[in-house]
Structures are given as structure tokens and as C-alpha cells.
Design a protein around this ligand. Structure first.
Ligand code: RIB
Length: 309
């Protein structure tokens, strides 16, 4: 049984559909609205639970209706919420998301309670790390909390996957605790202080070499419809994407990271785990919303099976 710990953010997403994403100063008449459960940490926790893993989520929500909705949603997914704290007088994190007709999005996060998650919260969750396989981190909670989680993970021999989203400068203190880092092209460019255009034209071998300079021993660069590039000291491999009709790419990266963690926890090698993760990400892009779009293990197996035939 795959055992996953996720330390990260919990949001409620306010999602507007629009014919195109607005330019600065432009008002666009949207075509639909929904609220959905989101937050990169919560999405990855729910994603892993839907794939059949035993998941503990370490997070903070506010003392408000959104916070209660989050807790109820995670419990319904079978996630251990013992370490989801409630921070008084602080709102639950929210995200304002615009989704365009071609599936692309823009996201603004108002972090709220996510920024009150502390290293002490992580220390309290130590029993969940004992016997777990993989810790998954993102960058929507304080860095010192992620560092504390990664250190605790290594104390208990978990592998540590960092999804560096949203990208920011990362201290060596964190990077040296990471086993696998999973940036997309934009995040890689930002972390390496390169322009997006420079990274866009790099051939795979150079992209792999550039990404390995980040420090962690293995890098998985997610390339959307172009699949993913896996690089470590043994070389690099491009793992192709599954072709789907993208409706909303929100949480496709989260589904990918959840799939990667679960496959690794089940003993897959990195390239096979990335193939599984690609299937999870592709399926998530076919539905609107973050957590509503995350696939079950059966859905992923069906996609993998169809393609193999
Ligand atoms: O990765 C998608 C997520 O980013 C959304 O659910 C939103 O809440 C933000 O955290």
C-alpha cells in the first residue's frame, strides 16, 4: 500500500470561465462560474487518495465556512485530516481562477491560513511520517515549514518530491533535502534566472543539464502536451504525453505530482512513474476545476491500457 504525506496548501477556488484571458485593464464577460476545492497541496493529497494511496495531509485552514468545507471534502476522500489545523481569525486560502476557452488559465492565490503552517505543525505530524513512502511538497506554504518537513521525511527514509510551484528562489537548505524536483518550463526558467524564451528553445540534452544544476539528484520537467523530460546522473529520457482534448489545465500539474508520488511509492522506477503521472495529468486536463478533475486509479489504468493496446 502506497503511503503518502503531503505538506502544503488548502484553498477554495473561485473559477470563472471566459472566452479569453483578460489583458491588464480589460473587462471580459465570462461564460460560467463555479467554486471548487483547490490548493496545490490539497489537490495533490486528493489526487493521491483517488489513486488508492493512504494519504495524510498536513495543512492549515481558517476558522470559516470554507475551512469547514475543505475538511469535509478531504475526509470524504478518506484522507487523514488529523494534522489539518484551524487558524483563528484568518481566512482559508482562496484562489481566483480564470479559465479560457482553450483550457489555459490564470491564477491568483490569497494565501490566508496557508501562511500560518509552521515547522511545529510538521513536528506534531511526525507519527504520519513513520512508515510512509513519499513526502510531497509545493511552494504555497512558508519555506521553513517545507524545509522542516523535508528533514523529517529523510529522518524516516521517505523520498521527497518537490513541485516548485509557484516558482521562487529556493535556498540550498531546501534543495539539498529534495530527491526529485518537478518544475514546468516556466518554473525552471524562473528558478535558473533565464528567460522563458531561452528555455523554450533548449534541446532536451541542454534542458536536462540546465535543470540538474538546480541541485536535486533527479529532475522531472513537465512539458504539458509535449510530455515530460526525466533527468538524473545516468542521463535523460523524454516520456511522451497522452493526447487528450484539454478543457481546463488547472491542477493537471497536481494530478501529475500525485501520480508520480503514488507510482514511486508502489516501487515503479522513475521513468515508469512519469508515464503513470503523465496519464494522471492528461485526464485532469479533460475536466473543469481542480479537485473535480482529479482521476481515480481505475480511470488512469483504463487510459494506460487503451494506449498499450
Ligand atoms: O494548481 C492549481 C491550484 O493552484 C489551484 O487549485 C489553486 O488553488 C492554486 O493553489
Amino acid at each position: 500500500m502506497a503511503r503518502i504525506v503531503v505538506v502544503g496548501s488548502a484553498n477554495v477556488d473561485l473559477v470563472a470561465q471566459t472566452p479569453h484571458l483578460p489583458e491588464p485593464g480589460e473587462t471580459v464577460l465570462g461564460s460560467g462560474f463555479m467554486t471548487a476545492m483547490g490548493g496545490k497541496g490539497a489537490n495533490q493529497a486528493v489526487g493521491a487518495a483517488r489513486l488508492g494511496a493512504v494519504v495524510t495531509f498536513v495543512a492549515r485552514v481558517g476558522d470559516d465556512a470554507f475551512g469547514q468545507q475543505c475538511l469535509a471534502a478531504y475526509a470524504k476522500e478518506g484522507i487523514d485530516t488529523r494534522y489539518v489545523g484551524i487558524t483563528p481569525e484568518t481566512p482559508t486560502g482562496i484562489a481566483l481562477i480564470a479559465v479560457a476557452a482553450d483550457g489555459e488559465n490564470t491564477i491568483i492565490v490569497a494565501s490566508g491560513a496557508n501562511m500560518t503552517l509552521t515547522p511545529d505543525d510538521v513536528a506534531r505530524a511526525e507519527p504520519a511520517f513513520q512508515g510512509a513512502d513519499v513526502l510531497v511538497l509545493q511552494l504555497e506554504v512558508p519555506l521553513e515549514t517545507s524545509i522542516a518537513a523535508a528533514r523529517l521525511a529523510h529522518k524516516h527514509n521517505l523520498r521527497v518530491v518537490l513541485n516548485p510551484a509557484p516558482a521562487r528562489h529556493l535556498p540550498d537548505e531546501l534543495l539539498r533535502e529534495i530527491d526529485i524536483i518537478t518544475p514546468n518550463r516556466i518554473e525552471l526558467a524562473q528558478m535558473m534566472h533565464l528567460s522563458e524564451a531561452e528555455v523554450q528553445v533548449l534541446p532536451d540534452a541542454d534542458l536536462a543539464r540546465t535543470a540538474l544544476k538546480l541541485g536535486p539528484p533527479a529532475v522531472v520537467i513537465t512539458l504539458g502536451a509535449e510530455g515530460a523530460l526525466v533527468a538524473d546522473s545516468g542521463g535523460w529520457t523524454r516520456v511522451p504525453a497522452f493526447e487528450v482534448r484539454a478543457v481546463d489545465t488547472t491542477a493537471a500539474g497536481d494530478a501529475f505530482n500525485a501520480g508520480l508520488a503514488v507510482a514511486l511509492a508502489r516501487g515503479a522506477d522513475l521513468v515508469d512513474a512519469v508515464r503513470y503521472a503523465n496519464a494522471c495529468g492528461a485526464l485532469a486536463a479533460t475536466k473543469l476545476g481542480a479537485q473535480p478533475s482529479l482521476p481515480t486509479g481505475d480511470e488512469v489504468d483504463r487510459l494506460l491500457h487503451t494506449i498499450r493496446e
